[in-house]
Design a protein around this ligand. Structure first.
Ligand code: SF4
Ligand code: SF4
Ligand code: SF4
Length: 231
């Protein structure tokens, strides 16, 4: 069987499932066990942890998948609001550093802990349920607007040397990539995505009908552009 771009999402599902089961059978602690080792990989390659490993990210993805299967309506926050709203998780992160806690909103922690230890308070359960219900209609609501951990990883990733690259000469501007990006990033208007919210899920790579989105070295993208201009 030939490995196609769509199979990247099958592979991602399997990796997410392994880590979800890891949490369930407790070989993976409910706090992020890789935290201290992620600094360099994120600086170089971006936030694969969020797109491929984090169980709460996976739960939101799978809930959205089920909603798409049942053809529930999907909503994307309009650009005029998104450009401000996407800053919210960084605001929560900054306030957290200043000692203002939003632990009550931490659905990721509640989910991981409940799967790991079987313990869930009523308040944490309600918060968790709210985000699961929201995921039926919008992609990754917690990751997009609330996750302080995701915000800290995102800030680290802005200078990464590998990223999502779009070949404008092949693009037909259908905007399917924008529509399907779970983090609401405008890919169609960028040639190299270094957005701090990118989680390297590769959804844009999988859905592009012209196969003109790739994950590559920034310098390689520049070289390709120069050679296509010379043609
Ligand atoms: S943003 Fe937070 S909840 Fe979402 S995948 Fe990353 S660490 Fe997990
Ligand atoms: S999905 Fe592909 S062809 Fe469509 S706008 Fe995005 S990059 Fe261009
Ligand atoms: S830009 Fe692509 S890889 Fe990054 S979050 Fe959006 S769909 Fe995923």
């Amino acid at each position: 069987m030939k490995f196609s771009r769509k199979n990247i999402q099958d592979l991602r599902f399997i990796v997410q499932l392994i880590f979800m089961l890891g949490l369930f059978i407790s070989f993976m602690p409910y706090y992020n066990p890789f935290g201290k080792y992620l600094f360099l990989p994120i600086l170089i390659a971006g936030v694969f942890f969020c797109g491929w490993v984090c169980p709460f990210g996976a739960l939101q993805d799978w809930t959205s998948k089920i909603a798409r299967f049942f053809k529930l309506p999907r909503y994307q926050v309009p650009d005029r609001f998104q450009k401000y709203l996407q800053l919210s998780r960084y605001v929560f992160y900054a306030l957290g550093i200043l000692g203002i806690s939003f632990a009550i909103l931490n659905a990721r922690h509640a989910f991981n802990k409940s799967l790991f230890s079987g313990h869930l308070t009523i308040v944490a359960g309600i918060i968790l349920l709210i985000f699961i219900l929201l995921s039926l209609f919008i992609d990754r609501p917690f990751c997009n607007y609330f996750c302080q951990k995701g915000a800290s990883y995102g800030l680290l990733s802005v200078l990464r040397i590998f990223g999502i690259s779009r070949d404008n000469s092949q693009c037909v501007h259908c905007k399917l990539c924008d529509k399907r990006c779970p983090m609401n990033i405008k890919i169609e208007s960028n040639e190299f995505v270094r957005h701090p919210n990118c989680i390297n899920c590769m959804t844009c790579v999988s859905v592009c009908p012209k196969k003109c989105i790739n994950y590559k070295l920034f310098i390689e993208q520049k070289t390709d552009k120069i050679s296509s201009q010379k043609k």
